[in-house]
Design a protein around this ligand. Structure first.
Ligand code: ACO
Length: 329
């Protein structure tokens, strides 16, 4: 007998309307150029939140699109999982604010912290809750307001990131479709290669922290680049092995959108040609854990992923954390 799967019933996305191009950074007085950014990263522009646009607001908007497409109303949602590195406040979670906005009165809601890998981690948790019978309908969202935590005076990081949200509704599969395999891994010994040193309980916010900009993102770009290629390549292998598939069986790869060179190296390792790899980093930059659900939602909407398609999702982020998943749509 075929085992049950957790399947994607629908997805949605929401990004702020304000667009910041590479050229805009020079106009803001940052010593950089479109050529430098585009050649090294593939990024041309990104969306950034305007006044009053919040992580909760973007997340709720993405969730509403997914719910409407899935024909699921708020009262049917059992669990809301929000992946974010940019919660609106530190206590309580942003997920409970989303629950309140959606009116998902019988849901449990919590934030999940795994940086860029958080949406795939959240899907794996949601899958577990569905398969063990705890939940029937799980809303897995990733929403990031990276513009609130990047150092706008640091040209080596601020040009990379963007804001946005994506969401999916998971339910038990009725047609043998859904998550075929998933893989997650972390290495906390490398945490300080990409982190925010202050602003937490160890170094709470203070005037000194603000002056040193210790509450903003710090990154060792080269080390992160190398680890990303290594880990995403390994993660791709693990999910393919788990599903007993090879790169040849994949109809579309949806990688984390951090840098087109990282994406190309991962695809090459997995034996997946670039015409089967969805890339939108040029238009959104790195939206951290929201990058995969935004890309997936676009690919589904454009018909680039159809019923029966086999999709490999693969990611890497601060922690370090990395993860992958093979899904049959
Ligand atoms: N414009 C112009 N010059 C710049 C800029 C910029 N925006 N940023 C850095 N530089 C300069 C540096 O100051 C340095 O100058 P120097 O030689 O005079 O000291 C020079 O460019 C080279 O800097 P490097 O950091 O060595 O440049 P590199 O070729 O490694 O590219 C980059 C930097 C694009 C950040 C690359 O390392 C990278 O993409 N790393 C991965 C980072 C990433 O994606 N992180 C996201 C989070 S993790 C994830 O999502 C996968």
């Amino acid at each position: 007998m075929k085992r049950p799967y957790a399947q994607f019933v629908a997805t949605g996305r929401s990004v702020p309307s304000k667009v910041l191009t590479n050229h805009d950074f020079s106009k803001m007085g940052l010593e950089t150029s479109h050529e430098w950014i585009f050649e090294r990263t593939g990024i041309a522009e990104r969306h950034v939140a305007g006044d009053g646009e919040t992580t909760c607001g973007m997340a709720s908007a993405a969730a509403r699109v997914a719910m409407e497409r899935a024909n699921v109303n708020a009262g049917e949602i059992d669990v809301i999982i929000l992946s974010t590195a940019t919660p609106d406040r530190l206590l309580p979670s942003t997920a409970v604010d989303i629950q309140a906005q959606l009116g998902a009165t019988r849901a449990s809601a919590f934030d999940l912290s795994a940086a860029c890998s958080g949406w795939l981690y959240g899907l794996a948790v949601g899958e577990g809750l569905i398969l063990n019978g705890t939940a029937e309908t799980v809303l897995v969202i990733a929403a990031e307001k990276m513009s609130a935590i990047v150092d706008w005076t640091d040209r080596s990081t601020c040009v990379l990131f963007g804001d946005g949200a994506g969401a999916a509704i998971l339910q038990k599969s009725k047609h043998g479709r859904g998550i075929l395999s998933s893989f997650m891994r972390s290495d906390g010994t490398l945490a300080e290669l990409l982190y925010r040193p202050a602003g937490g309980a160890t170094l709470p916010m203070s005037e000194a922290v603000l002056t040193d900009r210790g509450h903003l993102v710090k990154m060792a770009g080269r080390e992160v680049f190398k680890a990303a290629v290594r880990s995403m390549s390994d993660a791709a292998d693990r999910a393919l092995d788990g599903a007993k598939l090879t790169g040849n069986d994949i109809d579309m790869m949806i990688p984390h959108q951090a840098n087109v060179r990282i994406i190309e190296a991962t695809a090459k390792h997995a034996g997946i040609p670039m015409d089967k790899v969805y890339v939108n980093v040029d238009r959104y930059g790195n939206t951290s854990s929201a990058s995969i659900p935004i890309a997936l939602d676009e690919a589904l909407e454009r018909g680039q992923i159809g019923p029966g398609a086999t999709v490999l999702m693969v990611t890497f982020g601060a922690g370090f954390t990395w993860a992958s998943m093979v899904v049959r749509f």
